[in-house]
Design a binder for this molecule. Sequence first.
Ligand code: ITT
Length: 185
Amino acid sequence: MRILNVITSNPGKLVEFQRALGNDFELVHLPVGYTEVQTDSLEEVVERGIDELLSRGLDDFIIDDSGLFVDSLSGFPGVYSAYAFKTLGNAGLLRLMEDERNARFRCCIGCHTAEAGRLVVCAECPGSITRDLRGTDGFGFDPVFVPDGQDLTFAEMGLADKNHISHRGLAITAFARELGGRLDR
Ligand code: ITT
């Protein structure tokens, strides 16, 4: 089975990658970091992250930059989601909200393998911010986000259902299809 090194400091992402890709790849958690450049584009963070990791001699890896973009907050916390989660948390985000509650999660997955080259895939999941914290599964902003067309938050629905519709689940599915196609060629 092909090895893919998962480079993340976030155990929640790791679990979601394992669940979605674990049958096709041997996923190895690599505890190294990379510089997240200051930009409002997740895609650029991922592209530059790939460049840096390659320049350090690493290969066969997958990385993920993601965030929650709240319409009424002009896209905040967006690329600052990890920092905002650490400092404000879910309760702090709810305090910032007024009546208009539309938001979207976005995820960009970047990968480089010796065999398949470079691949960057992004996806998003539109939804809304709840008025209270709901549910205990998942990580980060999961307890305050209800995807469009659903009644449950990501933290209430469980990992299998979240992966089906989430920004990361959609990005992983597109990523796996493209990578699989390149490896079979
Ligand atoms: P890396 O080491 O992979 O960068 P990180 O947690 O710092 O891990 P990001 O910079 O991509 O990751 O920050 C994204 C933040 O957005 C993350 O810390 C969560 O707070 C939030 N987030 C991203 N995806 C999420 C999801 O599926 N559910 C809930 N919160 C999510």
